[in-house]
Design a protein around this ligand. Structure first.
Ligand SMILES: Nc1ncnc2c1ncn2[C@@H]1O[C@H](COP(=O)(O)OP(=O)(O)O)[C@@H](O)[C@H]1O
Ligand SMILES: O=P(O)(O)O[C@H]1O[C@H](CO)[C@@H](O[C@H]2O[C@H](CO)[C@@H](O)[C@H](O)[C@H]2O)[C@H](O)[C@H]1O
Length: 473
């Protein structure tokens, strides 16, 4: 999306309120909101730039979804905003975030928790701004937009099916990378917070799977985007699986009750294989041969080296871990290659839902949030997802006392059996590729935990020790 007409607001400690004002209405809006956003944004769970100061904002687009002058009740302002921060890498662009802001004269007590702040000057002076998703009236405005698709300002709304009116909205209370609203226990709307140019795989892949008749993934019924040569996917509405429980909770419950999780692991293997089969039918399946194998391995090595810099505890294991990657390069040169296809990209137990009738679904096809979007949309060997789930059984076993490694080993075997039954191909038949992907995933997890949940770091570190030894052996 072009930023030629964007408004820029620089923030510095002493001059936070002395922002440059633009001549347009939009130009005046951002400087008046900037001091509030500067305080509020870094506190949000979904803000990915924690730990780095926010130094400025650039307005990408502003759309008044409900007039802000109060004539139609609470106003609704949609913003796409680039957030300027000192970067970890010279190549990285500033992140673009999606905000939906409610505007009222005063905030009812029920919305107190959604407060962003009171505007001191500019076109909204004296008004209160808050996170609109928490306001049922404004959440209903969003639903109405999906019911009557089309363009509105910089936004375009699409739908594939009729959507009933008046479904009561509630914000999902989950530890999320994005924000979700549940409507009448019938639909769930995921609002992407950090947005990127290019269709989000969390829309692209469920749509493709729906087209193949695969029922393992709730098919999108509506979505909205900022159109352009590379559209920014902003939100997806899909059926809500009422009463479903996620695989992570179910695995922990089984561990706590001293039960195995084998029928579940087998069923999850089958569900994964069905999704892979449908994705391979719907989207390109380029083979992984010589040069591409070298590129795949080079990516793994690059991530390992970056991870070892970020988390020095990894350093002693680097040579052992590299052996797992080198084994893939050797086979790539000598062998006939491997199959590749679009995959989930961040599959773990928390991305699986079991309905009350025992049917397993997979959700959240965004891929690993830390990777650039073009990389997340690239085909990969399907064992990448298998490796993610194998790691997840290990995580579950390790998070329970006493540690029960056999529980995880049995789950891992049952999952691969289920996968083989449904696909005709046992992931354990490609041990080098599987180990390399498991290693790559464990390295990712080390960085993820060091950054987000340092208490959990011993879990992937234990796997790192095991993988480094077995690859070197
Ligand atoms: N179709 C659905 N039906 C029921 N619950 C869902 C559905 N999709 C997502 N959820 C719930 O919402 C949570 C967050 O969804 P997810 O897509 O993983 O969002 P995020 O990318 O923000 O982590 C999931 O853990 C799950 O509990
Ligand atoms: O669900 P997200 O897309 O936000 O995924 C991220 O967070 C996950 C944790 O919530 C993280 O998963 C890791 O911890 C899980 C247990 O909490 C475990 O089941 C996974 O196997 C493990 O990778 C995921 O890596 C991260 O991308």
């Amino acid at each position: 999306m072009s930023e030629a007409a964007s408004t820029h607001v620089a923030l510095a400690k002493s001059t936070r309120n002395s922002a440059t004002t633009g001549s347009t209405k939009d130009g005046a809006l951002l400087p008046s909101l900037a001091p509030l956003l500067h305080e509020w944004l870094p506190r949000q769970r979904w803000f990915a730039g924690k730990g780095r100061p926010v130094t400025g904002f650039r307005l990408v687009s502003a759309t008044e979804m409900v007039p802000l002058d109060g004539t139609a009740g609470p106003g609704l302002l949609h913003l796409l905003l680039r957030v300027e921060q000192p970067s970890r890498s010279v190549r990285a662009a500033d992140d673009c975030y999606q905000l939906l802001l409610g505007v009222r004269t005063s905030l009812p007590p029920l919305l107190a928790g959604a407060l962003v702040g009171r505007v001191e000057r500019g076109p909204l002076a004296g008004r209160t701004v808050y996170d609109a998703l928490h306001d049922p009236r404004l959440a209903d405005v969003l639903l109405e937009r999906f019911r009557r698709p089309g363009s509105l300002g910089s936004l375009r709304f699409e739908r594939t099916a009729a959507i009933p009116a008046g479904l009561a909205p509630r914000v999902l209370d989950a530890e999320q990378s994005n924000s979700s609203l549940v409507y009448g226990d019938a639909f769930i709307l995921k609002i992407f917070r950090r947005v990127f140019p290019g269709t989000n795989p969390d829309l692209e892949l469920p749509l493709a799977l729906g087209g193949e008749g695969c029922e393992r993934v709730p098919a999108p019924v509506a979505w909205f985007e900022a159109p352009g040569p590379e559209p920014l996917t902003l939100g997806v509405l899909q059926p809500f699986l009422q009463g479903a429980r996620d695989g992570w909770q179910l695995a922990l419950a089984a561990l706590a009750a001293g039960r195995d999780f084998l029928p579940e692991a087998r069923a999850l293997g089958r569900a994964t294989a069905e999704v892979h089969t449908a994705l391979a039918a719907a989207l390109p399946t380029p083979a992984l041969r010589g040069t591409q194998t070298r590129q795949l391995v080079a990516g793994m090595i690059e991530r390992l080296e970056a991870a070892a810099q970020a988390v020095p505890a990894l350093v002693p294991y680097v040579p052992g871990l590299r052996a797992a990657f080198d084994a893939v390069t050797d086979l790539g040169i000598r062998g006939s290659g491997w199959a590749q296809q679009r995959v989930h990209g961040d599959l773990h137990l928390g991305q699986t839902l079991r309905s009350a009738d025992g049917f397993w679904s997979l959700i959240d096809f965004e891929g690993e949030p830390a990777r650039p979007l073009p990389e997340r949309r690239m085909p990969a060997p399907p064992v990448r997802d298998v490796a993610g789930m194998l790691r997840s059984f290990d995580y579950a076993a390790r998070s329970h006392r006493p540690w029960n490694p056999e529980w995880a080993a049995r789950c891992r075997a049952a999952y691969c059996e289920g996968y083989a039954q449904a696909s005709g191909s046992d992931p354990r038949g490609e041990p080098e590729l599987l180990r390399a992907h498991e290693t790559d995933k464990a390295v990712y997890e080390v960085v993820y935990e060091a950054r987000h949940r340092p208490d959990w770091l011993p879990v992937p570190m234990a796997a790192i020790q095991r993988l480094a030894q077995s690859a070197a052996a």
